[in-house]
Write a protein that binds this ligand. Structure first.
Ligand code: SF4
Length: 386
């Protein structure tokens, strides 16, 4: 399969706000259930172990007009909750049986309450991940939260989820995370072969499809991209941070590349990279998930960093590991967690001698020229003075 074929399929899934893949998956077998999830992280293996399809809901992007959604919110919050409401009230999610709202911020937490009231027939769970990362405290709490999730899914599907079911699913998602890391490593090594506009839709498609199918797709993409002869440009290598929840439009991602930047690391739709190592598949599977979450997960603005001096260390290490020459800190407008984090992280980048720029976007941002000019000037300044 060629790169163009794979990317074209992923783009179709990315643009499809009727979620045809998930609808077809559900219709293919009686009794199948689809469980949607909001950013930033939920344990997909738990949904899979229940026999359900995890479906990433990342708002409405830039192609959907939000009419009803705006009526539910004040003007000064981000766009993803409005467009998610719009997806719901326009019946685009009418086939979804359950919804998980992870603890990202107050906006998503409140959206879970609204969903319960607006869609009473949908099993809706606020998935409360811990902010204490001591395995004995936050880990113990998280095992209980995972057990509650397990019982909720069992209630939804009418069948028990055994420890072996979870272990089997964890193995598949370990493979997925491994392959995702390989794609990221390939892009960091030869970014001209794996443009981020392609890698991004490849990852987004994976959050909407069967994991085994996505594992094969990742292998096919790496084989095809490695074999393609693409010109190497005189671009600078940059890392993107701050884009973990509401997603920028694809045109914005393309604009950054067209401005002369190779994106060699990012936190776009970070759910499939949230855990950075394999989850053990022996022992208690819930304890394994909880321990991995507490000890080996990425740092985003939704996670509390208890020691102030540690703030930004994760970002600096990621810059060094990927060989990035600078950082673009790109966050959704009105995103409280990211905008609170931004000055602290950028301050640390500055102290470490890493150049950065910062800007805000919305999922429906339309004016790319200012972004292109800003990113282009940043790239030139790195080339000239770094
Ligand atoms: S974009 Fe930011 S403020 Fe909005 S829901 Fe996501 S984390 Fe919360």
């Amino acid at each position: 399969m060629s790169v163009a074929d794979i990317v074209s399929r992923c783009e179709q899934m990315y643009e499809d706000l009727d979620f045809s893949y998930a609808r077809k998956w559900k219709a293919a077998q009686a009794g199948r259930k689809v469980v949607g999830f909001l950013p930033v992280y939920v344990p997909l293996e738990m949904i899979h172990a229940a026999g359900c399809l995890p479906l990433g809901i990342f708002g409405g992007g830039d192609s959907m007009e939000v009419i009803h959604g705006d009526a539910y919110y004040q003007s000064y919050i981000c766009r993803i909750p409005r467009s998610t409401i719009e997806l719901g009230v326009t019946k685009r999610l009418d086939f979804v049986d359950g919804m998980l709202f992870p603890f990202v911020c107050d906006v998503i937490r409140n959206l879970s309450g609204m969903w319960k009231i607006m869609f009473p027939n949908v099993w809706t769970k606020f998935f409360d991940t811990p902010q204490n990362f001591d395995p004995a405290i936050g880990g113990t709490y998280y095992v209980q939260e995972l057990q509650e999730l397990r019982e909720g899914l069992e209630h939804l599907t009418g069948r028990k989820i055994s420890d072996d079911d979870i272990r089997r699913s964890t193995r598949l998602y370990n493979e997925n995370r491994n392959l995702v890391r390989q794609v990221y490593a390939l892009r960091a090594k030869e970014p001209w072969k794996c443009p981020t506009s392609e890698v991004y839709v490849l990852m987004r498609a994976g959050l909407m499809m069967d994991v085994e199918e996505h594992n094969q797709m990742l292998k096919d993409y790496m084989a095809a991209a490695s074999a393609e002869d693409r010109p190497k440009r005189d671009n600078v290598r940059i890392a993107i941070f701050g884009s973990f929840c509401e997603q920028p439009p694809l045109n914005l991602i393309k604009s950054i590349e067209m401005a002369g930047c190779y994106v060699v690391d990012d936190d776009y739709a970070v759910v499939n990279r949230f855990l950075t190592v394999d989850v053990p598949t022996d022992g208690n599977p819930l304890e394994a998930l909880a321990l991995t979450y507490c000890t080996h997960s990425v740092e985003t603005s939704c996670k509390y960093v208890p020691v102030e001096e540690d703030k930004g260390k994760f970002h600096i290490a990621a810059v060094k590991a990927s060989g990035a020459e600078g950082v673009i800190y790109a966050t959704p407008s009105f995103c409280d967690p990211a905008l609170l984090d931004r000055p602290m992280v950028c301050h640390r980048l500055s102290d470490a001698g890493i150049p950065y720029i910062a800007f805000k976007y919305a999922e429906n941002s339309g004016q790319m020229q200012p972004i292109r000019e800003q990113a282009g000037t940043f790239a030139d300044s790195i080339k000239l003075w770094s």
